[in-house]
Design a protein around this ligand. Structure first.
Ligand code: B3K
Ligand code: ZN
Length: 866
């Protein structure tokens, strides 16, 4: 392992900035490889006696430094590859730096870069230092003015944060546009875009009567695909006013869609930059899942305007302050607009499939990490999704009213400031009057608590006693664990399926705060109980329901979410037996329960589609230690084939009833399409009623991408020839349409065939593939590593090699994307020792790479040390 890598930064070492800034004036001369940036910033001393200012700056050539109008000689400052340091400074001063940067060759897509001919920026977390010299930390807030000078015939739209205040033609023929952002902000929220776009314009009347201009910039020719994102933005603005009493603050809100982007989107003040995948949709090119994800991401970035921008983070360890809270807000937005239960199921899937695995991996960390080498590695499911679960627990402990009072107090205290997670919890505590001291441990303790439940019914006393124990195992980052405050929502049912109104209600929240705690209820007859309703805490539940309990509870449950949860329990029980070689036969209850659900016309079709989906490979992996993953894959397949064998006739009937009609985009049609797709895939897998032979016909008749994709997936698991034919047809129809072809690459990558390696090799020469575009790399290699379990986990190690070679190549192109892709390789601790050895040897090889990025270094070194 190379040793020259950056060392960790620690939360405990936080120090306030010694100098702060007022006005920041940036002037950009956009000129390809020689783009000039002039930065004039007013500084003042913030800590008495401070006399040294260290500015961050990388990947730029410093041309000039001026202090209060006087050019400094090289001996008057120190420059390294990463910093510019000045000493002997007055109380207040104006510092000007001029540097040259190269957006053209910036393949890391951090700082200023070119995406398909347009200039754009990505500064969070630490990309601003690639643009100019500055204190690149979130607690230095300035008022930004941005001048952009460029050739307007090539870049008709020159955009930055805030309001456009001037535009003039310079004697050189170039255009100069000036933007002023009236809100002070940290530099990670800075943005600049210059390009030739089509613009979708609209407006929003805010509740105080202001007319806000909305502009959505897309590549030429894509206006028809921008309407859904615009509608989502307006819905988000209205929702935030209604639910959180939060109104937008500038006169203009802009969204720009670009093809080259490291993640989904970025909440820069007044000028969001989005991955085009998270903006563009029409029925021909996007699935229902794409539409819903666009709605949620547009909402998420908009909601950041208050939770993130108006109140930001003091330091990057506090990232969950803005991300956990904003994910909670975007989840509630989607749940208020759509199905609460189906949204909750999807949120829980992310926790069980990805977050629990992260907790069990060498990258385990609390939602507020203590130590970080590369900040980009901490935009994780733990900080985001577990962070949102922590906010959700607070919301359920406080209730909506008190929670909203806490939010109001938070903004009253901290608007315009950079603060900590503790500041947020203080506001919630003060507004509610509750003692949240134990609750705060969720911020500092990593790992997934396991809650075990046992029950005892006392016939004589007529009482039910539930004993709950909690245990958080040591994680790679932290050994000692304390008991947490875990709210466990539970519902009681009599054995005839009627809700049991025990003292306290048929549904209750048990507040587990100790390592072991008993709860006793007066209860005239034995009852069944349904545990962890709504996934009331991000924990693993250890309770083995009997088949009798499950077959009573599943139909009886009044909560749609809990019905799904209990059905998962039934599947998991037998899948685990199968993997361990202990299964004699599946119990009749599985088929009985499913038949009854399929016959229940009152059930939401989208929920039924979720219920028919057997637990994923990744969620099952959590139940094992040192397991051969192929056994999990086989167990899932045999359960699916068994289901069709047992309930094929009912399933076929439900599938037929869900047959597509003319396309409409609304909740009931989305639900119908998802049931049609889920049942088709199951039926095709077992080739029920020779359904595979009809797939070509269905494909030709489909009038939207959701159905087309369901058919292709069904073909992929049934008939390889039909699959190939349809995929060729798809390629011919959509070649050149970048976002649609990503779906095609992903389908190819997920094929369980021995030819996958030659296929992936060939696909890299496809005209739509491009190593520099993160969406392409994720579609081909990311999907292979994450979802082609059979081939990724081959016993000969070829799957692991394929991914590690791709990572090696990406290390030199785009370290952030490379580091994301390594996740499935570092989560090897659940696999058998043979596979662990194969993976470790790939990690060893990568660790010796010349020029290994700090992103990969952090993950690989932790893995090899674990
Ligand atoms: N805040 C950005 C993520 C930035 C990631 C930097 N590596 C998007 C979001 O969470 O809204
Ligand atoms: Zn966010």
């Amino acid at each position: 392992m190379k040793t020259e890598h950056a060392s960790a930064q620690y939360l405990k070492d936080y120090k306030k900035p010694e100098f702060l800034v007022q006005n920041v004036v940036l002037t950009f001369y956009l000129d390809g490889e020689n783009t000039k940036v002039i930065n004039t910033t007013e500084y003042y001393r913030a800590e008495a006696g401070a006399n040294k200012l260290v500015l961050n700056g990388e990947h730029q050539q410093l041309e000039r430094v001026e202090l209060d109008g006087r050019q400094l000689t090289a001996s008057e400052y120190q420059i390294t590859n990463e910093t510019l340091t000045l000493t002997d400074l007055p109380e207040q001063f104006v510092l000007t730096t001029e540097s040259l940067i190269d957006p053209v060759n910036n393949t890391a897509l951090e700082g200023l870069y070119l995406s398909g001919g347009a200039y754009c920026t990505q500064c969070e977390a630490q990309g601003f230092r690639r643009i100019t010299y500055f204190q690149d930390r979130p607690d230095v807030l300035g008022a930004f003015t941005t001048h952009i000078i460029a050739d307007k015939s090539m870049y008709p739209h020159l955009l930055s944060n805030g309001n456009k205040v001037a535009e003039e033609t310079l004697p050189s023929g170039l255009t100069k546009v000036t933007w002023v952002d009236p809100f002070k902000k940290p530099c990670y929220l800075f943005a600049l875009v210059a390009g030739d776009f089509d613009v979708l314009q609209d407006s929003f009347n805010s509740r105080s009567g202001r007319n806000i201009q909305l502009e959505l910039f897309v590549d030429k020719g894509n206006l028809g695909r921008a309407e859904h994102a615009m509608a989502s933005l307006k819905a988000a603005m209205a929702w935030d006013e209604q639910r959180f009493s939060l109104e937008y603050d500038l006169d203009i809100y802009m969204i720009v869609a670009v093809d080259f982007f490291n993640m989904g989107a970025m909440e820069n003040k007044g000028l969001n930059v989005f991955n085009s995948k998270c903006v563009l949709a029409d029925r021909e090119s996007a699935t229902d899942a794409d539409y819903l994800s666009i709605e949620s991401i547009v909402g998420h970035e908009y909601f950041h305007n208050w939770t993130g921008n108006r109140v930001t983070c003091r330091d990057w360890f506090q990232l969950s302050l803005k991300e956990g809270l904003t994910v909670f807000r975007d989840q509630e937005f989607s749940m208020d607009l759509g199905s609460r239960a189906v949204n909750r199921i999807q949120q829980v899937r992310i926790m069980r499939e990805h977050q629990f695995a992260e907790d069990a991996s060498p990258m385990s960390h609390p939602i507020r990490p203590d130590a970080v080498i590369e900040m980009n590695n901490f935009y994780t499911v733990t900080v985001y999704d577990k962070g949102a679960e922590v906010i959700r627990m607070l919301h359920s402990i406080l209730g909506e009213d008190k929670f909203q009072q806490g939010m109001a107090l938070y903004f009253e205290r901290f608007d315009g400031q950079a603060v900590t997670c503790d500041d947020f919890v203080d506001a919630m505590q003060d507004a509610s009057g509750l003692d949240l001291s134990q609750f705060r441990l969720w911020y500092s303790q990593s790992g997934t608590p396991v809650v075990s439940v046992s029950s005892e019914y006392n016939q004589v006393a007529q009482t039910l006693t539930l004993t709950l124990q909690q245990m958080t195992h040591a994680t790679f980052d932290q050994v000692d664990k304390a008991p947490l405050h875990i709210p466990v929502k539970i519902a009681f049912y009599y054995q005839d399926g009627q809700p049991a109104e025990l003292t306290g209600g048929a549904e209750q929240v048990l507040n587990l705060t100790q390592a072991e705690q008993s709860f006793t209820f007066a209860c005239k007859q034995p009852v069944y109980f349904s545990l962890l309703r709504d996934f009331s805490a991000p924990v693993k539940l250890n309770y083995q329901y009997s088949d009798a309990e499950l077959s009573c509870l599943i139909p009886a449950e009044t909560s749609d979410y809990a019905k799904w949860e209990l059905m998962q329990n039934l599947y998991i029980k037998y899948l685990c037996q199968d993997v361990k070689g202990e299964l004699t036969e599946y119990p009749v209850e599985i088929a009985q329960v499913l038949r009854a659900l399929l016959a229940d016309e009152s059930l939401d079709k989208a929920l039924l589609a979720e219920i028919l989906t057997v637990p994923s490979f990744s969620s099952l992996l959590e139940y094992f230690e040192q397991v051969n993953p192929q056994k999990i894959i086989r167990a899932r397949q045999s359960l699916q084939v068994y289901l069709v064998d047992q309930i094929g006739d009912s399933l076929y009937r439900v599938w037929q009833q869900a047959t597509p009609t003319d396309y409409q985009y609304n909740a009931s049609e989305i639900a119908r399409r998802s049931l049609w797709g889920a049942s088709l895939k199951l039926l095709a897998m077992a080739n029920y009623a020779d359904i595979g032979e009809q797939l070509g016909e269905f494909y030709q008749g489909a009038d939207n991408m959701t159905d087309r994709l369901s058919i292709l997936q069904a073909a992929g698991v049934s008939d390889k020839n039909v699959f190939k034919q349809l995929m060729d047809d798809f390629d011919q129809s959509w070649r050149g349409d970048s976002l649609v072809m990503d779906k095609w690459f992903a389908l190819q990558a997920k094929q369980d065939t021995d030819e996958i390696f030659t296929n992936i090799e060939k696909l890299q020469s496809h005209p739509d593939f491009n190593w520099n575009n993160p969406n392409k790399v994720r579609a081909l290699f990311g999907q292979f590593a994450m979802f082609n379990h059979a081939q990724f986990h081959r016993s000969d190690g070829r799957g692991y090699q394929l991914v590690s070679r791709a990572i090696e190549k990406l290390n030199a192109i785009n370290p952030q994307v490379a580091a994301r892709m390594i996740t499935p390789l570092i989560q090897y601790h659940k696999l058998d020792l043979g596979r662990q050895t194969l993976i470790k040897s790939e990690l060893q090889r990568l660790s010796a790479l010349d020029g290994l990025s700090s992103d990969l270094y952090e993950k690989i070194s932790k893995s090899l040390a674990s």
